[in-house]
Design a protein around this ligand. Structure first.
Ligand code: A2P
Length: 297
């Protein structure tokens, strides 16, 4: 992957087991059809070089269409897609990965992720299929998504090729210290999905206060807090061109240690926003800075 020298925002990458992952990417969940095409085009025009999609988002064709007309050379954009958790047996995985790459209109993606773990399929089989996809050139790098520490450790142990990222929910309301430590131990990036807590964090009074102090938007404070941490990238979703631009403009200011700690102290027991029925058993934080009061008997 190459980066134009005159674009400092683009040079902000996480290096992880041989992959260079731009710290800010465009999340595209719920951006479909023309809206998806417009969002990805707006992002690429604004300078994004990292686009995050998934078979499940039903927008790979839209993402591919935007990539094909944007004029940005293919090798300058880091494209991630994901295989859904019902497709994790080897033959299904292979078909699903091939179909994703074809829908994108590409000959390979940059990162292929197992979207969610599935306890009904052996992890060995799935990780084998993931490795196979890389060996066959369908993707430059491989990784997982929504894997808690114990599963991540097993996946790493089962994978002959390096896993470069675990994409998980991460934002100031959700303590992910254990997962960050595990990713760091494995040389992997933690890519934050739902970095704005699906929008929930934007009204937080502490975030609003920091935004005022720094003359920034609340979303920029949250994203800066994330990408200022070693090994962390983020894929905020927006389909609004102004907000898409705003979310990339986080490389011209810094949060000091006290501000980082103040934002980190917002973590709470009910901070998780993504809770689908098929979620694995999540890691529990060691101690919350501001645990909710215990329920009264
Ligand atoms: P929209 O697409 O209308 O901009 P997350 O990435 O945590 O899932 O958050 C996505 C949500 O946050 C979407 O509802 C998105 O709405 C909104 N959003 C994204 N960027 C911003 C921003 N800079 N300011 C306000 N809301 C934003």
């Amino acid at each position: 992957m190459t980066f134009p020298l005159n674009a400092p925002a683009l040079a902000q990458v996480v290096a992880a087991n041989g992959a260079l992952i731009p710290r800010i990417g465009l999340g595209t969940w719920q951006s479909t059809h023309d809206e998806g095409v417009r969002a990805v085009r707006a992002a690429l025009d604004a300078g994004y070089r990292h686009i995050d999609t998934a078979a499940r988002y039903e927008n790979e064709q839209a993402v591919g269409q935007a990539l094909s007309v944007c004029g940005v050379p293919r090798d300058e954009v880091f494209v991630t897609t994901k295989v859904w958790h019902t497709e994790l047996r080897a033959a299904d995985f292979r078909r699903a990965a091939e179909a994703s790459v074809a829908r994108l209109g590409l000959d390979h993606v940059d990162l292929l992720l197992v979207h969610w773990p599935n306890p009904d399929v052996s992890l060995e089989e799935t990780i084998g299929a993931l490795n196979d996809a890389q060996r066959r050139g369908l993707t430059r790098h491989i990784g997982v998504s929504n894997f808690p520490v114990a599963l991540l450790d097993r996946a790493v142990a089962l994978s002959p090729l390096p896993l470069v990222a675990n994409q998980c929910e991460y934002h100031p309301y959700l303590d992910q210290a254990k997962l960050l430590a595990a990713c760091s131990r494995h040389g992997m990036a933690l890519i934050s999905h739902s970095p704005l807590g699906s929008g929930k964090l934007l009204a937080d009074p502490v975030i609003a206060d920091m935004a005022r102090l720094h003359g920034k938007q609340p979303a920029q404070i949250i994203l800066r807090w994330l990408i200022q941490q070693p090994g962390v990238a983020a894929v905020p979703k927006s389909s609004n061109p102004v907000r898409i631009g705003e979310n990339l403009a986080v490389f011209d200011f810094e949060l000091d240690a006290a501000s980082m700690a103040r934002i980190g102290a917002l973590a709470r027991a009910d901070g998780r926003v993504s809770k689908p029925a098929w979620h694995p058993e999540w890691d529990t934080p060691d101690a919350l800075h501001n645990p909710l009061p215990a329920a009264q008997p």
